[in-house]
Design a protein around this ligand. Structure first.
Ligand code: SF4
Length: 98
């Protein structure tokens, strides 16, 4: 009898490792008074939950754990609301497959 083992996405993601480039975040949010709908949406769509609302209702990012999926880049880079770059070589997400 074969037993199927199922893993939750969160358990798979936990296998990844992230090397922080201290003091050099590869994504920045432009200062703003009120976030646009797209910028606000990043607090819900980022799979790594890097975006949060602060006490003033502004969107902030902590890029640690970013999976470089590009979702936020598609939604907010063209408008200038975020500045998006890949991490420097050797830093950022280290994917573990299997
Ligand atoms: S690239 Fe993807 S994982 Fe990284 S901050 Fe943007 S939405 Fe989140």
């Amino acid at each position: 009898m074969t037993v199927a083992v199922t893993l939750r996405v969160e358990e798979k993601l936990y296998q990844n490792r992230y090397l922080v480039d201290s003091g050099r975040p590869h994504i920045k949010v432009r200062p703003h008074a009120r976030p646009s709908a797209n910028l606000l949406g990043l607090t819900r769509v980022c799979p790594a939950q890097c975006y949060e609302l602060n006490d003033q209702g502004q969107v902030e990012i902590t890029a640690d754990g970013c999976m470089e999926c590009g979702t936020c880049r598609v939604l907010c880079e063209a408008s200038g609301e975020i500045e998006w770059n890949y991490p420097r070589g050797g830093f950022g997400i280290l994917f573990k497959f299997g």
